[in-house]
Structure formats: C-alpha cells, structure tokens
Design a protein around this ligand. Structure first.
Ligand code: HDE
Length: 720
C-alpha cells in the first residue's frame, strides 16, 4: 500500500498550486507578525522580576490579541465536518449531454471534499442521527464547480422560504440550548408533524443512512434536478449520484450512541487514517439523465426536491471516478475556511427552477460574508480558482490581490477594453435560455402535493432489519418528545405512509393509531389559502419497491479497510494469530492487537507481539469484527478481564462477525455468545459467529463481507 509520501507524490500538480501559502516552520526563527525575531517567548516584559507586566510589551499584546480573535462563527448548519483533497477523473461518458470541460474524456480535475453533519455544533459528535453533507469543489480549468450535496437524495421542504423554520426547529431549543446534535425533541417534531411534505425525507433520516459506518461508505446526491447543456446548447435534466467503492454501510443505533462517548471523532478519524494509510477512498460519479421532452412523463415533478427518480425508472450512467488522496495540512485554513456554493457553475451545467435550489443560490454567498467576514473570501487559498481571475471588483476587507493600473471599470478605452468578455465559443458562461411566460405569484404547483407515495416506496424497499431500525428510530425520537399532541399528529402522518409502521410506533408510545390523521394535515398554507386546497394528494407510482434504496443491496464483495480487534494475552497461539494476520492483510483489512496491558506480549512459541491497545481504552464499538485466538495462558488471562468479556458481548449485540479458535472456547463460554449459540456451530456460523479449528480465517472473512448479522436482533435482547 502506498505510504503518506507516495500519497503526496500522486497528488496532481495543480492541487499543490492551490496552497501557495503553506508555511513550514522548520529551521526558522520565531518572529512576530511583522517579521521581528523574538528573543524570549516564555516571559512577558515586567517592571522587575516580580513586577507588573508593562503595557509596552507589544510582543505579548500581538500574541494575545491574535489569540483573542482566532475563532470565526461556525456554519449555521453543517458546522461539524471533515475534508480531504483528491482527484476526479472523467470517463467521458456524458460528452453528448454536457460541454463541461471536467467531464470530457480522460480529464483530471483536483477536488476538495467536505463531509459534515447538519444540526450539531463544531464540537459535537460525528455519530448523531442526521443527514450528512457531501460537498465537492472541483477546481476546473473553467473555474470552480461546486456540487454541494447530501448523503440523502431528497430534502425536508420544497421551498427555500421554509429553511430558516426547519433549521430553527431542529437546532437546540433556544431557551436552554438542548439538545445538541439531535432531532429527538419537541420543536423538530412539532414542525415536521405540521409539514407532510417532509415525510419522504423523514423515512430516509430515520433509516440506517443517517448513522453511516464511515464517510467512505456513503452515497452522495446532488438532490435537485440540474441541467446539462451540450455543445449545441441542448439541455438535458440531470440528477447527480456518488457511488462509494466500499459499498454503503451503517452502524447500529445503540452503537452510535456509544461511539459518541468513546470516540466522537470516529468519522473524522476514519477518513484521516484511511488516507494516511494509503487506502484512498473512492466514489464513482453517476448521472440520471432525462430528456427535456420527457419532463412531464413522471407521476412526480422533477423540480420537487422531496422526490427521487427511482433508479429502476431512469438508470444511473457512470461518468467518472473520484479518489481522495491527501489530508488537509491545516483544519482551519482548509476545512473550516472552504466556502461552497451551489451557484459556482461551469459552462455545461445549469440550474432548474427547483424552488429550494433557487433559494440556495442566494444563501451561500450571503452566509460566507458573515462567516468568513469579507467579500474577498474567494482569495483564501482553499477557495481560489486555478483559472486566473480578472475583473473590476476591488478592495474590501482583507483584500489580497494587488490590482495595478487606474482602470477598474468596463467598458473602458484606457485599459484597451480589458479584461474582455468571453464569447460562448471562447468558454463564456451563458445561462440556458429557458422559455418563461408566467404570472408572478407566490404559490406552489399541484404537482408538488403528493407527499406520501415515495415515503411508502422507500419504506417498502427496506429489508426487514432496516424496517425495524427505522421503526425503532421513530419510536426513540418520538418517545423523547414531551408533548403528547405532537406524537399523535406524527402517528397520524405515519398512517399515510404505512399502517404497520404507524401501529408499531404507536404501540411503543402507548397510544392508539388514529383512524385518520389530524386535519388539516398541512399547515403550510398562506393566510388567504383554503386548507382544503392544500391537502396532500396520492399518486400511483409504477413500482412498489426500489431495490436501490435498501443498503442491504449495496454491499460489496470486500472487507478492505475493515477494522478487526484481536483479543489476546501472554501465551496466545501465535501460529493461529499469524495465519489470521496473513489472511486479513491479503484481504485489505486492518487490525489491532488488544491485550490486558500495553507493551508486548509473548506468544506460545516465544514470539514477541506488539500490543496496540489495552482494555483500558479499547472498545468494541469502533471495530467491525473481533477475533480471539486460542492459547491456554492467554485464554485464562482473558477470562479474568471483565472488559474482554464485555467486548465480545457488545460486539455480539451489535451483530458483528466474531471468530474464535476451538481452544478459545472456554473464554467464549463466558460471553453472551454461549447463551445463544452453545453447541450449535452451524447456527452460529449463519449468525456470523465462526467457532472451530479449520478455515477460521476464510470463514471469518466471508462473514465480514456481510458486515452485520442483523438477524441476531430477533433474539432476546443482549444485556451488554
Ligand atoms: Fe445548504 N447551506 N441550504 N443544503 N448545505 C449551507 O452554507 C441552505 C440544502 C449543504 O461543507 C450553508 O457555507 C439553504 C440542500 C451542504 O461547507 C448555508 C437551503 C442541500 C452544506 C446553507 C439549503 C444542502 C450546506 C451553511 C434551502 C443538499 C455544507 C454554511 C434553500 C443538496 C457545505 C455554508 C460545507 C451549507 C443554506 C438546503 C447541502 C446557510 C438556504 C437541499 C453539504 O448557506
């Protein structure tokens, strides 16, 4: 596997140009911000050794003043994130639909990608049940193109006017700033229960997609319908998809809550470590294309951001591959200061009239002005275009560019007419000349009023385990709601998605399923609107299930980068351990040796083995699978470690593959595994527990490919 050095070498030259201001302090003197060499950075200037500090100490004042101003406002949403640099390689499969330079054959374009949670603050946990942001900045030769998407292909609301309401509802309640990074509270569900248009998104947000195993194992979506424009000016509707090479995987909710305590940086660390180890995360970019003439052939509106186009109706065409191969040098300078904007376009891509998208086009520049503090935020290294900038914009806070000459207007003769406008043939951007003939109104099309059919499609498409998880998520969230009327209204809305789902949720809440939902269902009505005209309608979709919506169908035949915990102590069977090591390494998985103490252990044959973690800090929830090799002394030691027994119990509870050699049996008998599977090796194997002597590594790897054995959840609850 390439190491960090190779990773840097593979980086495109242009990527390095993006950060011309990287400061390396090696072999340099300490200086003030004015370049003055500092002689004493340990003591302030005083009137005598025990005297008061002097106001004159400009070195101290500069240091503390800068420190006082180190923080900038966090993003109003998507505050917590992690990012990486990479490269996008175009396959050139969409050239008949778009003239975008970065999508032409074999074109390579540097990218910077930021993943995020939405509701939590900068310091909140990675494992919140939440939508994940998936924002990609392509540094193209034609200017920056930002694909600012999420890991869920739809949104809560249809119109940008409702965004501040949605965000106020989900953020911590204003009187006491509780809860952090969680939607499980009154104000969120109060709003949702009055907004039936959110029901499709609620299905996704309560599904396993909202608790990903890794940023590297999520799909990404552009959400809105955009347009591709080809060289002849023809427009084709397009929806963007990112498909991860590692498949799509989630964690269990109970596990997510524990990771939040044990390692709230779990996703951030996972992304960083994968890149540092040379296991570069990869996605393919796919597009769903719809001819303009087919705009109205669907039973839903392509402009409605609460709808998908099922992949079974319009297949995804793969157009390129993205590889993340370089971690940022500095979190603040890059991950924090990067400014995305869905309005950063290149020729060949354009907007549609999706009313959510249209509102976003205003919001992103506006928010950067207060967050980054200046209209010159495009000059921050991470935001700079690799295409040179020439225009007549001048001055402002923190201007970096030194514009020479006296001409800063257009048209001009004194500057020879420069900079020139570019003809379309020269790459000048022209907006798609969409025909518009309409009255100016505030309103919403009736074609946006079907709020439930795709929610039902999503629910029906889930596996049994996913349905259970979704039901339990709703039970959990609504149990946290304190006002009974909100819970009842929500169950009423759920009856419109699926009766069994509504009944199962109602049961946990100790309430009856209402015969019909509270009326009016929709409270998003203008003052002069008639509630009757705002009732949701139901359309018939041409399919009742979409396999592409279930992550159970999105596994890959691989265990690459999976994390395995190996529990052992002095006297471990190092021959079995070496065989497992070899097999896991060959399959691309990674593992850690966990023992009672740090340092080294000695194997049965006298071999020294380095310990990676002691039971003091090790926790099963950050691993994908566990292996226990035999060795009498090692097993006797593990039997005395309550944390080792808990490790297996917890891994079993979270449905992870577990393997143990025959001579580790005595230890396994002390764990919850024996309660369910003692004397039933065949049943054990079906449930991802590999016990035995022969083929343990091979069977373990096959079990790991399944990721989780959710069938175990049907058993009596595991008290771990
Ligand atoms: Fe955003 N959104 N958003 N959003 N959004 C922001 O911009 C906004 C929406 C998304 O890693 C903000 O720079 C409005 C949909 C991502 O830096 C802000 C509306 C989708 C990120 C903003 C939406 C997104 C943001 C906050 C409804 C998926 C993080 C900080 C009209 C397609 C980007 C910032 C990053 C960030 C506004 C809805 C994705 C306030 C008004 C739909 C991934 O400008």
């Amino acid at each position: 596997m390439p190491n960090k050095k190779t990773a840097k070498q593979t980086t495109d030259k242009k990527q390095l140009d993006l950060a011309p201001d990287i400061e390396k302090a090696e072999d340099q003197f300490l200086t003030t911000d004015q370049g003055l060499k500092i002689n004493d950075d340990q003591n302030s200037l005083k009137s005598g050794e025990r005297g008061a500090t002097l106001l004159e100490d400009f070195i101290l004042r500069e240091k503390i003043t800068h420190f006082d101003h180190e923080r900038i406002p966090e993003r109003i949403v998507h505050a917590r994130g992690a990012a990486a640099h990479g490269i996008f390689e175009s396959y050139g499969t969409a050239t008949q639909y778009t003239k975008a330079g970065f999508l032409q054959p074999n074109k390579k374009t540097p990218v910077f990608v930021r993943f995020s949670t939405v509701a939590g603050s900068r310091g909140s946990t990675d494992l919140a049940r939440d939508v994940r942001g998936f924002a990609v900045k392509f540094y193209t030769d034609e200017g920056n193109y930002d694909l600012v998407g999420n890991n869920i292909p739809v949104f809560f609301i249809q119109d940008a006017a409702k965004f501040p309401d949605l965000v106020h509802a989900v953020k911590p309640e204003p009187h006491r700033e509780i809860p952090q990074a969680a939607s499980a509270h009154d104000t969120f569900w109060d709003f949702i229960s009055l907004m039936p248009e959110s029901m499709h998104m609620i299905m996704w947000a309560m599904s396993d997609r909202a608790i990903p195993r890794s940023y590297r194992m999520m799909e990404g979506f552009g959400v809105h319908t955009f347009r591709f424009i080809n060289a002849q000016g023809r427009s084709t509707f397009v929806k963007f998809h990112w498909k991860p090479f590692l498949g799509v995987h989630s964690v269990a909710w109970d596990e997510a809550t524990r990771i939040s305590g044990k390692d709230p940086d779990f996703h951030r660390r996972d992304l960083w470590d994968a890149i540092e180890s040379g296991a570069f995360p990869q996605w393919e970019l796919g597009v769903q294309l719809v001819d303009e003439k087919d705009e109205h052939k669907f039973p839903f509106d392509l402009l409605d951001p609460t709808k998908i186009i099922p992949e079974e109706m319009v297949p995804v065409t793969i157009v390129g591959k993205m590889t993340l191969n370089r971690n940022p040098e500095n979190f603040f300078a890059e991950t924090e200061q990067v400014a995305f904007h869905p309005g950063h376009l290149v020729p060949g891509i354009d907007f549609t009239n999706d009313p959510l998208l249209q509102g976003r086009l205003f919001s992103y520049t506006d928010t950067q002005l207060s967050r980054l503090g200046s209209a010159n935020f495009h000059e921050i290294p991470i935001n700079r275009s690799i295409n040179t900038i020439h225009n007549n914009q001048r001055d402002g806070h923190m201007r970096q560019q030194i514009n020479s000459g006296k001409v800063s207007y257009n048209p001009n003769s004194m500057g020879g007419g420069c900079p020139f406008q570019a003809k379309a043939a020269e790459g000048g951007f022209t907006s798609h000349a969409e025909r518009i003939d309409a009255k100016k109104i505030r309103g919403r099309s009736q074609s946006f009023f079907d709020h439930f059919s795709q929610a039902t499609l999503f629910y029906n498409s889930q596996s049994e385990a996913e349905k259970d998880h979704l039901t339990n998520a709703l039970r959990f969230e609504l149990s946290k709601v304190e006002i009974p009327e909100i819970r009842e209204r929500m169950v009423g809305l759920l009856t419109q998605v699926d009766q069994t789902l509504a009944a199962n949720v109602a049961d946990a809440l100790g309430i009856k399923v209402p015969k019909s939902p509270a009326m009016p269902m929709n409270h998003s009505i203008p003052a002069d609107g008639n509630p009757k005209n705002f009732q949701p309608i139901k359309v018939k979709l041409p399919l009742s299930e979409s396999p592409a919506l279930s992550i159970a169908n999105l596994k890959k035949d691989s265990i690459a980068t999976r994390q395995v915990a190996i529990l052992c102590a002095n006297g471990v069977d190092d021959v079995a351990l070496a065989a497992m090591h070899k097999a896991l390494h060959a399959a691309g998985a990674q593992f850690k040796i966990i023992a009672p103490k740090l340092g080294e252990i000695t194997g049965k044959s006298g071999k020294k083995i380095k310990v990676d973690q002691s039971f003091l800090i090790a926790t099963s929830v950050v691993f994908d699978a566990v292996y226990v090799p035999g060795g009498d002394k090692s097993i006797a030691a593990l039997n005395k470690e309550a944390d080792a027994i808990h490790f297996i119990d917890e891994a079993y509870k979270h449905c992870k593959p577990i393997a143990a050699n025959d001579d580790a049996k005595e230890f396994i008998q002390n764990t919850v595994v024996s309660k369910f599977l003692d004397g039933k090796p065949n049943e054990a194997a079906k449930l991802g527990v590999i016990l035995g002597e022969a083929n343990v590594p091979k069977n373990f790897i096959n079990a790991m490919k399944q990721h989780r054995f959710w069938e175990r959840e049907k058993q009596e609850k595991v008290p771990a």
